[in-house]
Design a protein around this ligand. Structure first.
Ligand code: GFP
Length: 831
């Protein structure tokens, strides 16, 4: 057994083993946690034991900073950002925490001295899949930047017991299985049973007059649950600030119904608990609008009311009157999912704090700001009135009142335009009647923003046009960004070292410093090192691909990558049309000289979205045919990486040569994968959509492969009777590709399997693949030509990184702080 008699003794330099940062302190702390928390010694410890012992070692150091942060905030009573989001995709914590705390090296050495490989512990960590895609990952990048910029902030959400489903690929098909991420426990979280709030649902309201003759409302709920806080510390980079991600778990107000139990009804006795826990049980996949509506609305109300009650508790401790709530807190609504907060804050202020309507409305309207993340009409949430009434009767009353006052204003402003009031109303009066959550969010917020220039512009011209005409001053743009700590430093350590060597430290938190790379873009020696870094990440990804899919890919081939949710508007199938085009060219002329390419896909489809699932099926079917075809001779490889996640992304982004950002223009609000690839030196092939437009502006048109219709041309094409057949008939290569799919070639002769996809393309093609096909293929041919010239390619790659500074989430967050939240940094000293 390892000598273990030293654990209570401080490490060198009088350090405590709970907080010390030296190799020795970390080594002792690790053994101490292994022994006292896991009840193990080294020789018998499993990988899980070792992972947890290290996680607790890191967590102790986090908690140290957390306590200092709380103390600082208590003294300074700063204005605080509260981020309300139904989704968070933080990714695994270990690596990032070590990096942000600057103890990666001493930790690696400490473990090495015990015969343990740090990388294996990092690789072991499961990540919380508490989001669908870009929206949840954006929230996580924002947490990282808020802490790094030392902004007091709390991120509120739901601690789903089961995150987004795990995706298996069986016979080429997506199969969903449960994501039991908590099965082995989660060492990063701290449960706070004393921080819990009542959540009422259903029942009815009673209006009465109190002794002072004042009108009051009492909500008599049908049921009451509780939400309990579960906290995760979020550390900034190279600072002591630890902010909080506070997620709510639903529990029964009383776990066991003793009356039922004593009557012998054992099942009934626990039923209540089972039912209440359902609320935070599972994350809803996107694009499944019809299922589980009731539970989804419940989830939204659940986390919103707990979060607002929590803010009010904190607010009480400041001694400020409730009328000044909005001075202490600024609350960001991440999409419409938390929009019920507008009605809930009104309810708390009116019914619990007995403010009059105007005062309550003043506080509410100065508290919230709303971010819209999509123009797709089907994603703008609407709730049927009967459902809303049955779950949240008091909120519906409040919404009616907000709406009636608002519409009076509208009618006064536009006396001769009755349709406008109807269009602006929170209530959609077309039968069956609905509550429009986006309208509630717009009316109840002091600022409204989109997530890229083009998206913000389109919001003003289309879905929120009437609101823009009413309140132009409320509208802003905040172009998304991503954190360079996770997506450069942590994912691409080779690139990190090269940048440190070339530019010195500082770029990690001031990404504009990457501009310094421009001076090296043509330097052959620097170019060679740049290529080595990429080559090394490509080899590493090849290893992962082999492990996950059993496919061998060649690092000298061009890695052409598309990873993101599977959706028709993102057009993974346009990518497929190109692959099949290349395949056909080879079949026609096996001696053809082409640039070898590896096509890598990853992403999940919503379980109920048949067309997206069919696209996954086709990707795998094409992979099967192409990968084994002797004529192809390995010059084309197609890979579908199962179960794409933040963790897998960390392998993929640094290894890519080409990043596919090929959505139909006007459909992708921003995209954030586009930024992660570019930061790692991949070149983009893309449309003028979302943040692509700004990336291209910054990296330079000559360093970006642009193709396709722009957003205006897309709407004109669709408005003028688009006929995909015409494109099919006019382009022989396109015709061959479609015909090959239709022939059953990729389905062992079965013509019916991919028929729905072919039919949709030929008859409707609502995302204009056929219209963009020719230009896309021509552009891909340019990509190949450029790749044949390594100097040119490397220069383009270096310039992409040099000019990507704007797309750090630090810049985005600094803009939110300045233009919307009006908050200042509050530096934290370590106690
Ligand atoms: C959504 C939008 C993206 C946008 C993110 C973050 O993400 O365009 O970049 O939100 O604002 F669609 P997904 O759900 O599509 O991943």
């Amino acid at each position: 057994m390892t000598k273990h008699n030293n654990t209570t003794k401080p490490g060198g330099n009088g350090e405590s083993i709970r907080t010390g940062m030296s190799e020795e302190a970390i080594r002792l702390a690790f053994l101490d946690n292994l022994f006292y928390v896991q009840g193990r010694f080294l020789e018998v410890a499993s990988l899980d034991d070792k992972y947890k012992a290290l996680a607790y070692t890191v967590r102790d150091r986090l908690l140290h900073r957390w306590v200092s942060t709380i103390r600082t905030y208590q003294q300074a009573n700063p204005r605080t950002v509260c981020y309300l989001s139904a989704e968070y995709l933080p990714g695994p914590f270990m690596g990032l925490n070590l990096l942000n705390m600057g103890i990666e090296e001493p930790t690696r050495k400490a473990l090495q001295s015990l015969g343990i490989d740090l990388e294996s512990l990092i690789a072991y960590e499961q990540e919380p899949g508490l989001g669908n895609g870009g929206l949840g990952r954006l929230a996580a990048c924002f947490m990282d930047s808020l802490a790094t910029l030392q902004i007091p902030a709390t991120s509120y959400g739901i601690r789903y017991e089961f995150g987004i489903f795990q995706q298996d690929i069986r016979n080429g098909e997506q199969v969903e299985t449960t994501d039991n991420w908590l099965h082995y426990g989660n060492p990063w979280e701290v449960r706070r049973p004393q921080i819990s709030y009542d959540v009422k649902i259903g029942g009815h309201t009673e209006h009465y007059t109190n002794e002072q003759g004042l009108h009051r409302v009492r909500w008599v709920p049908h049921e009451t649950f509780r939400g309990v806080a579960i906290d995760t510390p979020i550390l900034g980079h190279d600072v002591n600030t630890v902010n909080l991600m506070r997620l709510w778990r639903a529990e029964a107000a009383e776990a066991l119904d003793f009356h039922a139990f004593n009557e012998g009804d054992y099942y009934g006795a626990v039923l209540r608990e089972v039912r209440s826990e359902t609320i935070s049980k599972v994350l809803y996949p996107n694009d499944a609008p019809e299922i589980g509506k009731r539970l989804r609305l419940l989830q939204q109300h659940f986390f919103v009311t707990c979060s607002l009650q929590d803010m009010m508790r904190v607010h009480r401790t400041t001694g400020m009157p409730i009328e000044r709530f909005h001075e202490k807190f600024t609350v960001q609504l991440n999409d419409t999912h938390p929009a019920i907060a507008v009605a809930e804050l009104m309810r708390l202020l009116l019914d619990n704090h007995h403010l009059d309507w105007d005062t309550a409305w003043h506080v509410t309207r100065h508290t919230f700001a709303y971010t819209n993340h999509t123009l797709l009409p089907e994603a703008l949430e609407k709730w049927p009135i009967p459902l809303f009434q049955s779950l949240l009767p008091r909120h519906l009353e409040i919404i009616y009142e907000i709406n009636s006052r608002f519409l009076d204003e509208v009618r006064q402003r536009y006396p001769f335009d009755p349709d406008r009031a109807q269009r602006l109303s929170i209530i959609d009066e077309t039968l069956p009647r609905h509550v429009r959550m986006a309208h509630l969010a717009c009316i109840g917020s002091f600022a409204i923003n989109g997530v890229a220039e083009l998206h913000s512009q389109l919001l003003k011209e289309t879905v929120l046009r009437d609101f823009y005409e009413l309140w132009p001053e409320k509208f802003q743009n905040k172009t998304n960004g991503v954190t360079p700590r996770r997506f450069m430093l942590l994912s691409n350590p080779g690139l990190g070292s090269l940048l440190n060597e070339t530019l010195g430290h500082g770029w990690e938190t001031d990404l504009e410093q990457l501009r310094g790379l421009e001076a090296h873009a043509d330097d052959p020696a620097f170019q060679e090192r740049w290529r080595q870094v990429k080559r090394q990440r490509k080899e590493a990804l090849a290893g992962e691909v082999h492990k996950l899919c059993g496919i061998d890919i060649t690092p000298t081939s061009l890695y052409d990558v598309q990873v993101k949710r599977i959706h028709e508007y993102k057009r993974q199938h346009l990518n497929l049309l190109h692959i099949i085009t290349l395949y056909n060219r080879i079949k026609r002329n096996p001696a053809l000289d082409i640039v070898p390419r590896t096509f890598i896909f990853g992403g999940k489809s919503a379980p109920g979205y048949a067309m997206a699932k069919l696209i996954i099926r086709l990707i795998n079917a094409v992979a099967e045919m192409v990968n084994r075809d002797r004529d192809v001779a390995g010059r084309l490889k197609v890979v579908f990486l199962p179960n794409f996640s933040v963790k897998l992304g960390q392998w993929v982004y640094p290894a890519a040569d080409i990043s596919q950002q090929i959505s139909t223009a006007g459909k992708e609000a921003s995209g954030t994968g586009n930024m992660k690839f570019s930061m790692n030196g991949a070149l983009t092939i893309g449309t003028l959509d979302g943040a692509n437009v700004e990336i291209r502006e910054d990296v330079g048109a000559e360093n970006f492969f642009l193709f396709g219709l722009d957003a205006d041309a897309v709407s004109h094409t669709l408005a003028n009777g688009y006929r995909p057949w015409d494109y099919y008939n006019a382009n022989q290569e396109l015709k061959d590709v479609i015909d090959l799919i239709a022939s059953g070639f990729f389905a062992h002769g079965d013509r019916s399997l991919f028929q729905p996809l072919v039919d949709h393309l030929l008859q409707h093609d609502s995302y204009l693949l056929l219209a963009d096909y020719a230009d896309y293929i021509a552009c891909q041919d340019q990509v190949s030509a450029a790749y044949r010239d390594p100097q040119r390619w490397t220069r383009m790659s270096i310039l992409n990184v040099a000019r990507i500074g704007k797309f750090s989430s630090d810049r985005t967050i600094a803009e939110y702080c300045r233009d919307i939240w009006k908050v200042q940094p509050v530096p934290v000293k370590l106690d």
